[in-house]
Design a protein around this ligand. Structure first.
Ligand SMILES: Cc1cc2nc3c(=O)[nH]c(=O)nc-3n(C[C@H](O)[C@H](O)[C@H](O)COP(=O)(O)O)c2cc1C
Length: 232
């Protein structure tokens, strides 16, 4: 007999539920679908889990919301280790990109994943813009379908929203990436040609990414001169 019975949860219990229980009891028993005991989750387990979302830095502001924390931590990463990016991570990044908003929900954005090193090297050999694309572990090209979105301004917006979602996803996965501009026509033509992309798709931006081999300070809070409340 125990002096106090800790409330148990089913194995499919949410993190929120575990978190709430951990405020009252220092461990939570976990039961499977047949109500058999399969283990415990301690308060320490939960604190350790949430700790990964929090960057505590003496000089910088700390954001306890994990999403805000990742947005604020993102920096352009231009040095990468040799470690490969997993297919699962690439899939997650692409999902994040295509989950971005698009004008009138027309969804004109296409994503081309550039994993093969030979082709990425070919881009660099033919155009200096490709240096980071070749040096990174993988890259992504964001194309807009000019038939689906005929307004160039909106197509650019749609592709940029996908770009930013992917940069945040890259940060959130513990990877690092950098936006590579597609402003030059010769560069756009080269990528489109090497990857045989049909002409109705226009390249709006690329991301070189991989496991980071540099650490950068966050930008910190907004510059008040750039923020205008109710009047300019
Ligand atoms: C539209 C756009 C194009 C960019 N093009 C390049 C590029 O071609 N090469 C590069 O190294 N960085 C590029 N960047 C990254 C910027 O240089 C970088 O975001 C900026 O210096 C701020 O640094 P941070 O990203 O670490 O906050 C680009 C960023 C944007 C938004």
């Amino acid at each position: 007999m125990r002096s106090r019975n800790n409330e148990a949860v089913n194995v499919s219990a949410s993190l929120d539920m575990l978190m709430n229980l951990s405020l009252r009891q220092n461990f939570t028993p976990v039961l499977d679908d047949r109500n058999m005991f399969i283990g415990i989750v301690t308060r320490r387990d939960i604190l350790t889990f949430y700790q990964q979302y929090i960057t505590i830095n003496d000089n910088e502001e700390t954001y306890f919301n994990p999403t805000i924390n990742k947005i604020m931590a993102r920096r352009s990463i231009r040095r990468f280790t040799n470690e490969q990016v997993t297919y699962e991570d690439i899939e997650t990044i692409v999902d994040a990109g295509l989950a971005a908003p698009t004008a009138a929900n027309r969804r004109p954005v296409h994503i081309l994943v550039l994993q093969e090193e030979d082709k990425r090297r070919e881009l660099y050999e033919k155009n200096n813009r490709g240096r980071l694309i070749a040096e990174a572990t993988a890259a992504i090209a964001v194309y807009g379908d000019t038939n689906i979105e005929e307004n160039e301004f909106l197509l650019n917006n749609d592709c940029s929203a996908a770009m930013q979602n992917m940069l945040i996803a890259i940060e959130a996965l513990g990877l690092g990436g950098v936006w590579i501009s597609a402003k030059d026509e010769d560069w756009r033509n080269l990528v489109t040609e090497v990857y045989q992309v049909p002409k109705e798709y226009k390249l709006y931006g690329m991301i070189a990414f991989g496991h980071p081999n540099e650490v950068k300070e966050t930008h910190g809070s907004a510059d008040p001169n750039k923020v205008h409340f109710n009047k300019w």
